[in-house]
Design a protein around this ligand. Structure first.
Ligand SMILES: C[S@@+](CC[C@H](N)C(=O)[O-])C[C@H]1O[C@@H](n2cnc3c(N)ncnc32)[C@H](O)[C@@H]1O
Length: 544
């Protein structure tokens, strides 16, 4: 706490020490019998103690203009009058306010802990709240609990002036009620600052801990824990001092704090210090996605880009590729059924970004015909893109990856790879195979060449995944169920949608966004032990 000298009222232990030293020095100065050496020592102790707060203030980051204005406004307000006029429920002492140094320390804690959500219990005029909000990211939030409705209105004009004020949400009323409300909606905080009624600190603390309001590894900061020294003075009988001492004792003995009994291994500290979500980051990685101009490929490209990778958007249609906004990226047109175009697309990416870490071979086509009528032309076209094309992409990207001893290949297969196609007739009625042989089929569409080519993609993935694993390359595939794309709302396919829905335990079609986390996982180090795997995401359809 630092107050202007004219407003100085001793509050911290150091301020009390200064007050007592000043009195002792005065007595010594007025008493001729006091040895000069004692006076000299008193002066030295006084210099050290009285210079501390001012020095800390000078050496701390300077407050922003909105904070300075809030401080001035709080200091100059007549709080006694506000109480006498019935504006506040209680007589609020100005010593309540968080000081400038403390404000900067709180801001630093938010910054250091990378907190996104902060809870303050006891806001007063909002100096601490705004200090912390300044260190929160744009999408961060601070919830401030304050008993006095007057204070919400008092701080609002200044919060509105600050670009960080919109991150603060003030909840008026008894803090315990607000905590219950937050717990009921499952809220969690990275950092909590307890600074309200001292007798309730222990209750706030217990509630936070018992109701998981603090996220794992979160931090609780508590003001006034030394409370004018009255927590450790032997003869102190002060009610608040005793409450704060009991609080300190409780926290010291709480096994949940600092987690002294944890095992400091990679599970706790993260693999190479990276927590699980950090291990999914793709910063610095170079990726390409084929068939990325729309649908699943576009969603994959976005997801990889969001996770930090540079992404080459590859599509037969260059215009579509160029319209995919995912930064940083490059658009390349390529027909993956043509070996020279596959090689060129790989060369283009390597010449722009130096290498390829993530190859997402997603392009494919789907044609429907009853098996007895499937033409060789349909079969060849389907296989040329879906299987031969995917093989050529794996091989060309794989050669780049083998040289660097690292790579992640993710092929798009299909739930259709799991299941055969076909219908049978029984007593003249068409029946599904699965009713006869307990074997699911994608139906009623007939797509032998598609299903077979996608089964080939799975086998290609399994074979490459095991062949190249010892050279640093993982090859996996994703098998989506029926994805809700504009294509399936065509006149011919729309009637099938109802039929499909009745076959999907999840009760809905897949959205492309349902697949995004999977591609990031398979592209990241988090999936290093997975290879040759077919990750099926179909809402349970292949199980029914
Ligand atoms: C020490 S001041 C807080 C200072 C503030 N953190 C700052 O940055 O300036 C304590 C505040 O807690 C509020 N308060 C006291 N009891 C409360 C309760 N039961 N629920 C919510 N707020 C309470 C008071 O009205 C007062 O504004």
């Amino acid at each position: 706490m630092y107050l202007a000298p004219s407003l100085q009222i001793a509050d911290t232990p150091v301020e009390f020490i200064v007050e007592y030293l000043l009195k002792a020095k005065e007595i010594a100065d007025n008493n001729a019998n006091v040895p000069a050496e004692l006076r000299d020592n008193l002066q030295k102790a006084l210099d050290i103690a009285s210079g501390l707060d001012g020095y800390l203030e000078n050496m701390s980051s300077q407050e922003s203009e909105p904070l300075a204005e809030l401080y001035r406004k709080s200091m100059s307000h007549d709080w006694d009058k506000a109480y006498e006029d019935g504006k506040t429920l209680f007589r609020l002492p100005i010593t309540c306010i968080t000081g400038r140094v403390e404000g900067q320390v709180l801001k630093m804690l938010v910054h250091m802990s990378k907190a996104k959500r902060v809870l303050e219990i006891g806001m007063f005029t909002g100096y601490g709240a705004l200090s912390m909000a300044e260190a929160l990211p744009q999408n961060g939030q601070l919830i401030a609990c304050e008993l006095e409705p007057f204070l919400k209105d008092f701080s609002k004009p200044i919060f509105d002036k600050s670009p960080h004020g919109k991150k603060i949400m003030v909840k008026t009323g008894p803090a315990m009620e607000t905590l219950k409300e937050l717990a009921a909606t499952g809220e969690q905080f990275d950092l909590v600052f307890i600074d309200a009624d001292k007798q309730n600190y222990i209750n706030y603390y217990k509630f936070l801990m018992d109701h998981n309001l603090l996220r794992m590894d979160g931090v609780i900061c508590v003001d006034n824990t030394l409370f004018k020294g009255r927590v450790y003075l032997k003869d102190a009988a002060d009610e608040m001092g005793i409450a704060l001492r009991d609080f300190g004792q409780f926290v010291t003995n709480d096994p949940r704090v600092e987690q002294n009994n944890v095992t400091y291994d990679e599970v706790f500290e993260g693999v190479q210090g990276k927590a699980v979500l950090d291990r999914m980051r793709l910063d610095g990685k170079v990726a390409y996605v084929t068939g990325a101009g729309q649908g699943i490929g576009r969603a994959f490209a976005h997801a990889l880009g969001e996770a930090g990778a540079k992404v080459a958007i590859i599509d037969l249609d260059k215009e579509k590729a160029e319209n995919v906004a995912c930064i940083p990226n490059m658009a390349v047109s390529a027909d993956i059924s043509k070996p020279e175009e596959v090689q060129k697309m790989i060369d283009d990416v390597v010449s722009k970004w130096g290498t390829i870490h993530i190859a997402c071979n997603n392009a494919g086509i789907n044609k429907n015909s009853a098996s007895e009528h499937t033409s060789l032309e349909e079969w060849d076209q389907t296989f040329n893109v879906n299987l031969r094309g995917t093989f050529m992409c794996c091989q060309a990207a794989g050669r780049v990856m083998l040289k660097q001893g690292y790579g992640k290949i993710i092929n798009t297969a299909s739930m259709a790879s799991l299941i055969g196609v076909g219908f049978g007739k029984e007593n003249g009625e068409e029946v599904k195979f699965r009713e006869k042989v307990k074997f699911t089929v994608p139906h009623p569409q007939k797509q032998l060449s598609y299903n077979t080519s996608k089964a080939g993609v799975v086998k290609l993935t399994q074979t490459l995944g095991t062949e190249w694993i010892d050279r640093g390359i993982r090859v996996n595939c994703i098998s989506p169920g029926i994805v809700d794309t504009p294509l399936i709302h065509s006149e011919s396919l729309e009637p099938l949608v109802q039929r499909w829905l009745s076959d999907i335990p999840a009760g809905r079609l897949a959205q492309v966004t349902d697949l995004q986390a999977a591609v990031v996982y398979l592209a990241s180090d988090a999936s290093d032990y997975m290879t040759g795997h077919n990750l099926v995401i179909e809402g349970g359809q292949s199980l029914w």
